[in-house]
Design a protein around this ligand. Structure first.
Ligand SMILES: NC(=O)c1ccc[n+]([C@@H]2O[C@H](COP(=O)([O-])OP(=O)(O)OC[C@H]3O[C@@H](n4cnc5c(N)ncnc54)[C@H](O)[C@@H]3O)[C@@H](O)[C@H]2O)c1
Length: 247
């Protein structure tokens, strides 16, 4: 027996980075994993890498209907749901004055709306299975960061969405927690372009002397939180940021 034998997990962002590493670890410990993402090519690569325990599902999580349909299909195909890992996210750096309405809404759509609609659809099934939700926040949800107002606002929302849901479902057997990574070596960071005319001194405060994490480091933390080893955790925001928010 391994930690996730006979468990079904739904992981968003499974095509890349932290989501793919999380899907890989859950599957390697016995879970049946439905890996959701908008990137179908990345999902195909993940499926080839992870094997038969991984079921790719193309979903645009900004759509409430697609989120609800994805959870219904998962429950119908696999007989229930034990873990929802809301990992998908987008990030962008800009001066406040340059944030457009489309960009603002897209970032909330992926980072917050998707997490909420999937949770809304999954909660009845997770209560039934005594399962749990792990939301991915960020150190950017726990501190203000320059040139990052849109992303910080979404990740602050993830933190308080997690706590609000933890309160509402306090008397159920389901757990809801969030993991808040710091810099992690994924395509999100590799494609993170800073705008012109910025004060680099301000950015030093959000850079760890301990360097970046590997996606597998975050998968280890997410899987711990999702496992029965963390059964006393509910409504927690667990930092895994190499000390960025420690002082
Ligand atoms: N990498 C970091 O330094 C870092 C730090 C803190 C928090 N995070 C958070 O970790 C999470 C995972 O990010 P990552 O670093 O692995 O990035 P990543 O870019 O490697 O993966 C993000 C995934 O989300 C998917 N996605 C984007 N829009 C989507 C949509 N509309 N519907 C479905 N899927 C969609 C992408 O296709 C991609 O596969 C994000 O929530 C991110 O904000 C990352």
């Amino acid at each position: 027996m391994t930690r996730f034998t006979d468990k079904t997990a739904f992981v968003t962002g499974a095509a890349s980075g932290i989501g793919r590493a999380t899907a890989q670890k859950l599957a390697s410990e016995g879970a049946t994993v439905v890996g959701a993402d908008i990137d179908e090519a990345g999902l195909a690569e993940a499926a080839a890498e992870i094997g038969t325990n991984f079921h790719p599902l193309a979903v645009n999580i900004t759509s409430r209907d697609e989120c609800h349909k994805a959870i219904s299909e998962t429950v119908a195909s696999h007989g229930g749901l034990d873990i929802l890992a809301n990992v998908a996210g987008v990030a962008r750096s800009e001066h406040v004055a340059d944030v457009t309405e489309d960009q603002w809404r897209l970032m909330f759509g992926v980072n917050v709306d998707g997490m909420f609609w999937l949770s809304q659809a999954a909660i009845p099934h997770l209560i039934e299975s005594s399962g749990n939700i792990v939301n991915i926040a960020s150190n950017a949800g726990l501190m203000g960061q320059a040139y990052c107002v849109n992303y910080c606002a979404t990740k602050g929302a993830v933190v308080n969405l997690t706590k609000a849901m933890a309160m509402e479902f306090m008397k159920t057997p389901m757990r809801i927690n969030a993991v808040a990574p710091g810099g992690t070596d994924t395509s999100l960071v590799q494609n993170y372009a800073l705008p012109d005319d910025i004060d680099f001194k301000l950015l030093m405060r959000y850079t760890s002397d301990r360097g970046m994490s590997d996606p597998s480091d975050l998968a280890n933390v997410i899987c711990f939180v999702a496992s029965d080893d963390a059964r006393s955790m509910h409504g927690a925001i667990i930092s895994a940021d190499n000390g960025i928010t420690s002082g």
